[in-house]
Structure formats: structure tokens, C-alpha cells
Design a protein around this ligand. Structure first.
Ligand code: GLU
Length: 477
């Protein structure tokens, strides 16, 4: 089999759309599963839409997701340049060749004339007006400095068909296609032309992209055929939807990779979830790292129907990744979120241990640990728990004794605290879980907290714990 070469060809829009990331992922997985190459090509022929810093966004989102490209603008390769604007001079030659082959023609129509072709429904289709201009006349007009574009010459009649590996046979009537512009008046190619020339020159074996290109692919095939080039194999991917009717959109903060990172998701969970949007591995695995996906990747698992983005599932998966992380790694990733809280001298390692398996996304951290930073005043009804058989009367009895124990304890680590306070409970003739319940309420002012009383004591430290117990005793008065 020919060497598999796939490419991801984003336009530099300044953000990484999750749909784009999925295309990149599948192109990467397909290449790597087949010992092939994965190439990054930047499609920036629309210079008006160019955004500063956009290339860095593409590089960093791919690399932090674990998609290392073999060739690309910043890593080089034998088929460069990998940025279309740097290839500008190469396209015109191919367009002229296509004119000689009858597949394209020069067009000099003015904006006004083109506008006059718009019908009452606002639709416009070019009428091949300039097709009749002879090559000699066109060249003379160009030499005289007249502005022009080059258009593709689509047959008026007939049908085109090709096989897509996901969607099967795709048939399109030529009459449904338009003589699109291939070379613009500024000399830049359009996507319609550059994708064909570049995929051919870069020896791309499999073109993997969104379904929005499914019906324009016959136009590209006409060019491959006219040039006598081998068509690539096509793999079009289903759309990702927000719900039954709406696509994911950056505008709602639900499509941009970086937005998810700032919302507290980790790269490996995002890429894992994105993998499942349209693909199900044979073993039905859900939590998979990229190397495992490479092993399992298989086109028969790709669905034709749009996939719906499920926040709940992504959150769950993110929580699984957090749980599985080492404490060091967790702290590193959580740093920006810890920085939002005034943790003062509290020990980050201990807090991390306490919450790592109790949150799904890192942005839950400030709220989760707020009670460690400050305990709010609370109503004594909070001591009441039917199951534990506790209430504020018990608290009144227990807390002053606990306070003494804490003041005299030799060491403030979890184990010592647990053992010593259990003895205190015994001496008070109550169950130790009753003591711990009452104490935890006194320390935190919350019915539910991550961790039990002794864990909280250890994190707060002796001084702060004692001061909280004292103030809880005051609150009872
Ligand atoms: N630049 C196109 C896009 O961003 C690429 C489509 C393709 O992969 O051919 O949608």
C-alpha cells in the first residue's frame, strides 16, 4: 500500500474549534495507526481574515493534545512550505495549465455585472460569460493591466460520483455546481484550488475533513482528473452539534479549546472526549489516552450521523483524569485556580490530596476550598443530624473538651488527631463519629465538606483550628 499521509489544514482563525481538533485527531490517528505521516498545513489564503498569533494557537493546541505532526510550518519537512501564503507563486502556473487543459478560464467580469446575476431569492450563479473569450484576447487584456480572476470550468451536464469511506457513494449533478474562482484578483488561490494542488504536491493519500466538503469534492475531482493526478481517498466526518439543531459555536464558549482549558478542563480529557464524538472503538472503551486510540482507531467505528456534545460526559471524563493524576501533576495544572484563592500559609499538597478526587473540573477549586480560607458564621441548627444523633446540645458539651485536647495534643497530623480525639470521645461516652461530626461543623460551618474533621484540622493547623473551635463555642452562647 502507498504510504499513508494525512493532513490537518486549518485556517488561522485565532482559536482551535473542537470540531477542527477532532478532524486533526482522526487524521493523526489514521496516519499513526497505519504507520503513516501526519502533516500540518496552514490555509491562510484569505489574508483579510488573518489573525495575529493564530499560528501559535494551532501549534500549541495540537501539541498539548498529544498530536505531534511530522511535517509543518514550524518543524519543516520535504514538502514545504507548509503555509499557503508562502506557496502563492506556485498556484498560478497550475491554474494556467488547467486553462490549457480546458478545466478553467480567465474571467474579467466587473463586480456590478456579477451582482446583476443575483436572482429574486438572492442566489447567484456565474453564467460562464467569459468562457467565450479566447486565450489570446485574455492574455492581451491581462498584459494591458486589466484585473482578472481564474474560474473553474464545470461541465453543464452530467454527474460526478466518488466513494467516501464513511458516506459511501456520493453523486452530484454538475448543474448543481458553480464555476468558482480558483485564483483571485490578488493572485492568491482560493481554498477550492489550493487544497487540490497542495494535497497532490504533498502526496496526501487520505483527505480527512468535515462533511461540509462532501458536496464540493466533485469539483476537486474534476481537477485531479484534468491534471491526470490520482485522486486521494476521502473520509468526511460528521458534524458536532450542541443540540439537535445548533452546531457547536465559539460564540457560546462551547467550541473553543482554550475556553475549555480556562474553564478547568485538562487537555487529555478534552482530546479523549473529542475522540468519542463520532467514533466508538470496537472494545467500547471510553477513557483512552492517545497512544491507545492509535491502536484502536478504525474507520468502521465512525458514525455518519452528527454527534451531540455532552457536557456531563466531558465533565465526568475530566474528573477521571484528575483522579488518576499524581499529586504533583494535579498541583501544576491547578495552579491558576489556586491562585484565585487566598490560601495564605495553608499547605497546597494537603489541600490537593483532599480535593483531587472530589472535583470534576479545576474551576470548582475556589468554591470547594473556600471554607478552609474562611469559616462563615452559622446557625446552631446545623449541628442537628438525626442519623448521627447530634445537635447543638451535644456540641455544647463536646466542644470545650475537644478544645482542651487540641491545645494539649503533641502533634497535629491526621493519625495522631484521629487517635487522640477518639479517646476524647470515649471519655465523653459518645461515639467517635458523633464527636467528629460536631467538630467538623464547628470548624467549617458546612453540612457537607470534602474530608472529615481530622483532615480539615491537619490542613488548618493548630492555631487556626483552635481559634475556630473557640469561636464556635462563642456562637453557641
Ligand atoms: N481550511 C479548511 C478548513 O479549515 C480545510 C478543509 C480541508 O481539510 O480540506 O475547513
Amino acid at each position: 500500500m502507498k504510504k499513508v499521509r494525512t493532513r490537518f489544514a486549518p485556517s488561522p482563525t485565532g482559536f482551535m474549534h473542537l470540531g477542527g481538533l477532532r478532524t486533526a485527531l482522526y487524521a493523526y490517528l489514521f496516519a499513526k495507526h497505519n504507520d503513516g505521516d501526519f502533516i500540518l498545513r496552514i490555509e491562510d489564503t484569505d489574508r483579510e481574515r488573518f489573525v495575529e498569533g493564530a499560528l501559535e494557537v494551532i501549534y500549541s493546541s495540537l501539541l498539548s493534545s498529544g498530536l505531534k505532526y511530522d511535517e509543518g510550518p514550524d518543524v519543516g519537512g520535504n514538502y514545504g512550505p507548509y503555509v499557503q501564503s508562502e506557496r502563492k507563486n506556485l498556484y498560478l502556473g497550475y491554474a494556467k495549465k488547467l486553462i490549457d487543459l480546458g478545466g478553467a478560464y480567465y474571467c474579467f467580469c466587473s463586480k456590478e455585472r456579477l451582482e446583476s446575476l443575483t436572482d429574486e431569492n438572492g442566489n447567484r450563479k456565474y453564467d460562464k460569460h467569459c468562457l467565450k473569450i479566447s486565450k489570446e484576447e485574455a492574455e492581451r487584456r491581462i498584459a494591458n493591466g486589466e484585473s482578472y480572476v481564474i474560474r473553474q470550468n464545470i461541465p453543464l451536464e452530467g454527474k460526478s460520483s466518488y466513494e467516501d469511506l464513511i458516506y459511501g457513494t456520493i453523486e452530484v449533478d454538475y448543474s448543481d455546481l458553480e464555476d468558482n474562482i480558483l485564483i483571485k484578483s490578488d493572485g492568491m488561490p482560493t481554498y477550492n484550488f489550493a487544497n487540490v494542488v497542495d494535497d497532490h504536491l504533498m502526496e496526501i493519500s487520505h483527505v480527512i475533513r468535515g462533511t461540509e466538503y462532501l458536496s464540493s469534492t466533485p469539483k476537486y475531482n474534476l481537477m485531479y482528473d484534468a491534471f491526470g493526478w490520482e485522486r486521494p481517498v476521502y473520509i468526511h466526518l460528521p458534524t458536532i452539534m450542541k443540540d439537535a439543531t445548533r452546531k457547536l459555536s465559539k460564540r457560546y464558549g462551547d467550541a473553543n479549546f482554550d475556553d475549555f482549558i480556562s474553564k478547568g478542563y485538562v487537555e487529555e480529557a478534552i482530546i479523549n472526549y473529542v475522540a468519542l464524538l463520532g467514533w466508538c472503538p470496537k472494545n467500547n472503551a471510553e477513557k483512552m489516552a492517545v497512544p491507545e486510540m492509535i491502536e484502536l482507531f478504525d474507520l468502521t467505528g465512525i458514525s455518519k450521523s452528527p454527534s451531540i456534545f455532552d457536557d456531563v460526559k466531558l465533565k465526568w471524563l475530566n474528573g477521571e483524569y484528575l483522579k488518576a493524576m499524581s499529586d504533583e501533576e494535579f498541583i501544576k495544572r491547578a495552579k491558576p485556580f489556586f491562585e484565585k484563592c487566598d490560601i495564605g500559609s495553608l499547605n497546597v499538597e494537603k489541600i490537593a490530596k483532599l480535593i483531587k478526587s472530589r472535583i470534576e473540573i479545576l474551576s470548582e477549586i475556589p468554591e470547594k476550598i473556600a471554607f478552609l480560607i474562611k469559616r462563615e458564621d452559622f446557625d446552631k441548627a446545623l449541628y442537628e443530624n438525626k442519623k448521627q444523633k447530634t445537635d447543638y446540645l451535644l456540641a455544647e458539651k463536646v466542644l470545650p473538651v475537644v478544645l482542651k485536647t487540641l491545645e494539649n495534643i503533641s502533634s497535629f497530623d491526621n493519625d495522631t488527631l484521629f487517635a487522640t480525639l477518639s479517646q476524647t470521645a470515649e471519655s465523653l461516652e459518645i461515639k467517635s463519629r458523633q464527636l467528629f461530626y460536631v467538630l467538623r461543623i464547628a470548624l467549617t460551618g458546612l453540612e457537607v465538606t470534602p474530608g472529615g474533621a481530622t483532615e480539615v484540622l491537619e490542613i488548618l493547623g493548630k492555631e487556626e483550628s483552635i481559634s475556630r473551635v473557640k469561636s464556635a463555642i462563642e456562637l453557641l452562647k
